[in-house]
Design a protein around this ligand. Structure first.
Ligand code: AMP
Length: 442
């Protein structure tokens, strides 16, 4: 038997109901904050990630699905391609390629889609996973550097999580400085690491030389006390970065979004500057980060684009839904009515009724005339139907259909023309839970 590849999974009903509900809510939030959707390709030139995300990051050094796309004609060159491990680099590439900065307006873009990383699969960590993300990017004249952008995007996330129904999250923020002040911090880290790195894991020993900041991403338990004693980035911020971070925090305080400053949080991608943030949730266990993001003021230039400061985030949709499902009952699939043809040559008549009800916006399932009545009832129950509509020869002749409310067992006869109104208005589940009994015809 061929199975789904390790680290990938099928999303099945009723879980997909939750995914769709979350995505609809999220789109609604993005719309209110004036974000617009962008869809970039699932694979890109490998160089985009090598340069955009950073050669020394875990993602680029070990986790990318990369292949050589061989030339098919002499006029073509073969190319190294990679399944996108994240979407920010793709969005910034598109921003540069389509000259989105030319209008001078701030670009507020969001995406929802699969990402691919060759990580060791475990709960909450997949090789194909979904991210919901957004980026605010534009020329400096558009206000893209302002701490307002950072605070607004973090505040939006608090609203978004509330709207999808996630409570109990914790927000960590930090500033990782910029190209002006980070070199001094990197140097301080390098010096401090020189005396302790021999006691650290192999990755840390290498990174201590190549990219000391990445040592702070290390998850090896034995290394943690050593890392905690290393110099803190907060002590190395220059005046501009310090003022920026202070302003972001003041705005979050003002709008009442609670946060904790975590000086070790540098995030696993090289492009971050100044503000970085992460929302975690207790239900997620070891993989506790629901989302992460930060500012990336130099990324566009690193990809040969114009100066275009920006800030963005990516929500791990798989983890968001896992956290939601831990606190909410599973979605139950329901329909308004099950139309049961009864007796020979009633299928067509039943399909006609379904068509009419569906065109009135009702959720309807069609049975089959080969079913006995008992089997139709069982199928209706299984489908989560509120009503079963019996479509037998007598009913067709009289233009009146037996409609039974499955929860109460009450049965009435309803004229063909009244069916949709009756089903819509009767036996509707009240917010309190109980079904109302169908009462008299309108
Ligand atoms: P990153 O792009 O690494 O900053 O990740 C942003 C968010 O995506 C994380 O906070 C996770 O929620 C989610 N995420 C990252 N990698 C995975 C993965 N392999 N499986 C599931 N979710 C992931």
């Amino acid at each position: 038997m061929i199975k789904a590849v390790r680290g990938t999974r099928d999303l099945l009903p009723p879980d997909t109901e939750t995914w769709n509900r979350v995505e609809a809510k999220v789109r609604d939030v993005f719309e209110r904050y004036n974000f617009h959707e962008i869809r970039t390709p699932v694979f890109e030139d490998t160089a985009l990630f090598a340069r955009g995300v950073g050669e020394e990051t875990d993602i680029v050094s070990k986790e990318m699905f990369t292949w050589e796309d061989k030339a098919r004609a002499q006029s073509e060159k073969s190319q190294q391609l990679t399944l996108r491990p994240e979407n920010t680099a793709g969005v910034v590439r598109a921003y540069i390629e389509h000259k989105l900065g030319q209008s001078g307006a701030l670009q507020k873009l969001y995406y929802i889609g699969p990402q691919f990383r060759r990580e060791r699969p475990q709960k909450g960590r997949y090789r194909q996973f979904f991210q919901i993300g957004a980026e605010v990017i534009g020329p400096p004249t558009s206000g893209s550097e302002s701490p307002s952008r950072d605070a607004e995007i973090i505040e939006m996330l608090a609203t978004l999580l509330e709207d999808v129904g996630l409570t109990g999250w914790t927000l960590f923020i930090n500033s990782v400085g910029d190209a002006n002040c980070r070199p001094a911090y990197n140097e301080a880290l390098r010096v401090a690491l020189a005396t302790v790195k021999d006691r650290m894991c192999g990755d840390c020993q290498r990174r201590a030389e190549t990219n000391p900041l990445r040592v702070l991403d290390c998850k090896v338990p034995e290394d943690q006390p050593i890392i905690d004693a290393l110099p803190k980035i907060g002590d190395y911020l220059d005046d501009a970065c310090r003022a920026h971070f202070t302003a972001v925090r003041a705005m979050l305080d003002k709008v009442g979004v609670p946060y904790t400053v975590n000086p070790r949080m540098v995030r696993g991608l090289d492009y971050y500057t100044r503000t970085t943030f992460e929302f975690t949730h207790g239900e997620l266990g070891a993989q506790s980060a629901v989302l992460g993001g930060g500012r990336y003021d130099g990324l566009s230039e690193a990809l040969d684009g114009p100066k275009a400061p920006g800030i963005g985030f990516a929500i791990g949709e798989d983890r968001l839904i896992m956290a939601l499902q831990a606190s909410q009952p599973a979605a139950v699939l329901t329909i308004d009515a099950y139309v049961a043809p009864l007796g020979p040559n009633t299928n067509a008549e039943a399909l006609g009724i379904c068509r009419k009800l569906r065109r009135q916006g009702l959720k309807v399932e069609l049975g089959d005339e080969s079913f006995r009545l008992k089997k139709s009832f069982e199928a209706a129950e299984r489908a989560g139907a509120r009503f079963i509509v019996i479509c037998g020869e007598n009913e067709v002749t009289n233009n009146e259909f037996s409609v039974k409310h499955l929860a109460t067992g009450e049965q009435v006869s309803v004229a063909r023309a009244e069916l949709a109104i009756y089903i819509r208005n009767h036996g509707v589940k009240k917010p309190g839970g109980e079904h109302t009994a169908p009462d008299d015809l309108q």
